[in-house]
Write a protein that binds this ligand. Structure first.
Ligand code: CTP
Length: 406
């Protein structure tokens, strides 16, 4: 057979099964993945074994099923550690509200949840549950959290449910799950061997020991870029201001900073070893001239206060001056008036290869949203307006544009 027919040849996939009725479809998923060329090992919860037997999963996968955290018959007492290294990807099908809740909240109390918590490679979750549970705010919050942290969600569909009702909550069909895994794992490694520097999030400029000047950036765009590029083979430095986001891919080295000057130092040190830099951070242009080492008290005889601000270094402009001919530099622009003209001026002034112009005029675009709408403008004058899409899809467009410039 050719690799075209066996798209997962050489891949190790862990199929996690948690305790829902859709567990009866897990052996079918295992068969499809094996047929596509993958080597598969199953990790199950105790409740999953109420719906599907260990023997069935072992027979279709031709591998031992991992079900006990402390299995004394197994020479690898810490199996979750070795199994996580073995797997190139992991899929949980079905993923109950319980296992999703555990992962989103860092709970590891059985074989599957322990493995999930330590797994750092592409992870797919296939939720299956009744509609009320699916719509609950706790479940939706957990899903949002996992999604923004790089977990692939293969959404449930509408149909007849085991509880006798009809609605959303049916696990996606094994054929669709296998298809999505194949699609994702076939992502070209077109950034292999490249080191890319990304900045993300806000900066905090200290006023005193308890206060700062900041902004509303959440870092979602920069983190999506880091995951996209790492997944396509790049080694990524992610220099980020304070954010609640976490990184997923093992090839992302995260450097946490607080202020613009700390970001400047981290970026300048790393840029010479990088093929490209994408600066998406919302850097504060100004900082308080003096930082008080104590909490500034209210003064009873003054009803106003003046804070003197001084300019921060422009990181992007500095990189524009340092840039070698073999390096690429990408900036972001957030404009409210004469958007295109101002973005183009910024592109020239800061010596960029292209600039990503954020639209502030569309609902769903900009700070905090999971979606964004951008226009890519390059130094040759090409202008590519985009539509409103997920930040992951925008990250893909930016990565593709970067590639076309190499
Ligand atoms: N940027 C930077 N360092 C700064 C300020 C901005 O690296 N001190 C980068 C941002 O990460 C972004 C780009 O510069 O990639 C554009 O930032 P923006 O604030 O829109 O532009 P400014 O140059 O600050 O210009 P203005 O405030 O006049 O729009």
């Amino acid at each position: 057979m050719t690799d075209g027919i066996m798209p997962l040849r050489g891949k190790h996939i862990i199929v996690g099964v948690s305790g829902g009725i859709a567990a009866y479809k897990a052996p079918q998923l295992v068969r499809l993945l094996v047929k596509a060329g993958a080597e598969v090992t199953c990790a199950v919860t105790e409740h999953a074994l109420q719906f599907v037997t260990e023997l069935t999963l072992e027979t279709v996968s031709q591998h031992r099923v991992y079900s006990l955290l402390f299995d004394r018959s197994n020479p690898h007492s810490t199996e979750h550690i070795s199994l996580k290294d073995w797997g190139d990807a992991m899929v949980v099908a079905p993923a109950t509200a319980n296992i999703i809740g555990k992962l989103a909240n860092g709970i590891a109390d059985d074989a599957l949840s322990t493995l999930l918590l330590s797994f750092r490679k592409p992870l797919f979750l296939c939720p299956a549950m009744n509609t009320q549970m699916l719509e609950s705010y706790a479940f939706q919050r957990n899903m949002d959290y996992l999604r923004t942290n790089g977990v692939h969600i293969i959404d449930s569909t509408s149909g007849e449910l085991a509880c006798g009702t009809t609605g959303d909550g049916r696990m996606a069909e094994p054929e669709n799950i296998a298809g999505e895994i194949i699609r994702q794992l076939q992502t070209p490694a077109d950034f292999a061997g490249k080191r890319i520097l990304i900045t993300a999030g806000p900066t905090y400029e200290r006023i005193d020991s308890v206060r700062f000047i900041g902004n509303f950036s959440t870092g979602k765009m920069g983190f999506a870029l880091a995951e996209e590029l790492a997944q396509r083979g790049a080694q990524v430095f992610l220099v980020t201001g304070p954010t609640h986001l976490s990184t997923h891919h093992p090839d992302i080295e995260r450097i946490d900073i607080l202020s613009a000057r700390e970001m400047y130092d981290a970026v300048i040190e790393r840029f010479p070893s990088c093929a490209a830099a994408i600066l998406s951070a919302a850097v504060a242009d100004f900082r308080p001239e003096h930082e008080a080492d104590h909490k500034i008290k209210k003064q009873s005889d003054h009803d106003d206060m003046t804070l003197h601000l001084v300019q921060n270094p422009d990181i992007l402009a500095t990189l524009g001056k340092m840039k070698r001919p073999d390096q690429l530099l990408v900036g972001f622009a957030l404009e409210t008036d004469n958007e295109l003209e101002n973005a183009q001026k910024k592109l020239t002034k800061k010596n960029l290869d292209f600039i990503v112009l954020n639209s502030l005029h569309d609902a769903g675009a900009g700070f905090g949203h999971d979606t964004n709408k951008v226009t890519l403008i390059d130094r040759n004058g090409h202008i590519e307006p985009g539509s409103l899409k997920s930040k992951q899809a925008v990250a893909k467009d930016i990565a593709d544009k970067l590639l076309s410039w190499q």
